[in-house]
Each structure stands twice: as C-alpha cells, then as structure tokens.
Design a protein around this ligand. Structure first.
Ligand SMILES: [Zn+2]
Length: 284
C-alpha cells in the first residue's frame, strides 16, 4: 500500500503543469544526452520557447521544437498562456502557411503554448496545432507577479539586436500612433529628460535592485517627476528625437546599474499594455 501511494505521488508531480521555458542565449546546443560529452543534434536561437519534459542534474530534456537535452542555465521561465489578438486566426497542422488549416480561433481566446519554431507557436489548447506568433499576446492579463509589464499596446517593430546603422539595438520598439498611452512597466521614481538628437523627449524610471526603465521618442509627458506606480499612465507615444520620419513608437530599454539587460520579444508580434512581460529578471 505504501509503495502504491508513493508511485501515485510521483505521477501527480509529473502531470502538474510546469512553467514554460525560453532560450536566453544566441545559439544553444541540443545534445543527445545530459552533458557536454554527448553529441550535438541541433541548435536553438535566442527567444525560442522549448517544452521541457524532464531534468537530470543541470540539464533539461526537451521534446519541442527539437528533441534532446539542453543546459538548464540557458533557459528562462516564460508563460505558457497567451491570448489571441486578431479575429479568426487559423490553426494549422504545421509551422507555416503551407500546412492545412485544422481550426480557427476568435479574438480574445486564451491558448496554451507548448513551444515555438521560427515565427510559429505550437499550441495544445483549446485546439492542438500551430498559430502564427504575431497573433498571440503572451502573458494573459495578470500583472500580479511579473517583474515588468508591457508599457504600450502595439506591434514590435524593433527587437533586441535588430540591425541598426548605429550598432546593436538593445531595446524593444513598440509601434503604433502618436498619442497612444505609455504606462510604467514597474513602480519607481520617474524623471523627465530630453535629448533632441537621440531619444527625444523621454522619461527614466528607477526601480529597486539597480533596475531602471527608459521610454524614448515621446510626444508628450503625462506623469510629473516623482513616484509612479506599476501601470500608471506616464507619457504619450511619439516620434521625437532621432525617430523623426519613422513610425511612431516607444523605444523601451531596461537597464541594471550601468548596462542594458536582455529583453525578449518576437518581431511583428502584437503586445497589450499592462499585461505581463514574460521574463524573469534576477534580483527582483
Ligand atoms: Zn529603438
């Protein structure tokens, strides 16, 4: 009887939903076993969501989008849940428009993500199949436990390491129209700034543990200098500074002490203001 109870407990633990995982390094080797002595069977690029099905020491076993083992240190927790952000989104049998349509999803439907392949996301509920990632807003609507929230609703027109004449782009650009509200991604202390040849009108918000967020190319300030709450309306989207002539957007950066820190995001995907930014930052 005791043996039966222990076995049932292990089965329950395996069946419990776990956090999603996203690759946090440029090229992650997938190996045939849990160690660097095993052969490389593939690589994964930064931002790819993987499905972890088991662990051994410091290694994680994955079954999507590739099958094998990866070093757990190169995975960051991410959200399994996402919301459909367009009407009548096709679910397909594979990751591309060449695959057959197996169903459709309406705007606002909550889905469960398993893993990603290129610009496509494999979902497991309410239907099983593949959806173009641009039609999914990741993170649901809960802001309770996320480190940061998306500061504006719009489309990601620039992401981490987008090609720029001026060098690597270590920021996220969320594009929409002039005047769209921008919200504080986390509570802190706001200061208004101006750099006419670069960021244009911008604000900087300092947070705990050495973190700071920057919101650039504003058309107007809204919150005064001083304390702001997470989700507080702080400024309006614009194209000031060196964004003149581009689509209006907020150029959003996260800093820790004197360095910009990595920010995930899928180019051309749509995001919703005040929903959870799906990344865990150390120290907060
Ligand atoms: Zn930018």
């Amino acid at each position: 009887m005791r043996t039966w109870v222990i076995t049932a407990g292990i089965l329950a633990a395996l069946a419990a939903p776990a956090a999603g995982h996203t690759v946090n390094t440029d090229n992650l080797n997938v190996r045939s076993g849990p160690g660097t002595t095993y052969s490389i069977v593939g690589t994964l690029t930064r931002g790819t969501m993987v499905n972890v099905v088991g662990t051994s020491g410091t290694w994680s076993k994955i079954d999507g989008p590739k099958t094998g083992w990866v070093s757990t240190q190169y995975l960051t927790a991410s959200s399994h849940s996402a919301t459909v952000n367009a009407s009548s989104v096709n679910v397909r049998s594979g990751p591309g428009t060449g695959y057959s349509i197996v169903g459709t999803l309406s705007n606002g439907t909550m889905v469960t993500r398993a893993y990603t392949s290129g610009d496509w996301t494999k979902i497991t509920s309410p239907k099983t199949g593949w959806v173009s990632s641009q039609y999914l807003s990741v993170g649901g609507t809960s802001t309770g436990t996320s480190d940061f929230i998306w500061p504006m609703t719009g489309q990601l027109i620039g992401v981490w390491d987008s090609q720029r004449a001026s060098g690597p782009h270590h920021a996220i650009d969320i594009g929409d129209k002039i005047g769209i509200p921008i919200y504080a991604a986390r509570g802190g202390t706001l200061s208004r700034r101006d750099n006419p040849t670069g960021y244009g009108y911008y604000v900087s918000v300092t947070h705990e543990a050495g973190y700071r967020t920057v919101y650039a190319h504003l058309s107007a300030y809204v919150a005064p200098n001083g304390a702001v709450a997470k989700g507080q309306y702080i400024a309006k989207c614009g194209d000031s500074g060196n964004a003149k002539g581009t689509q209006p957007h907020v150029h959003w950066e996260i800093w820790r002490y004197d360095a910009k820190v990595y920010m995930p995001g899928t180019v051309w995907s749509r995001v919703t203001a005040k929903t959870a930014y799906p990344y865990n930052y150390s120290g907060i």
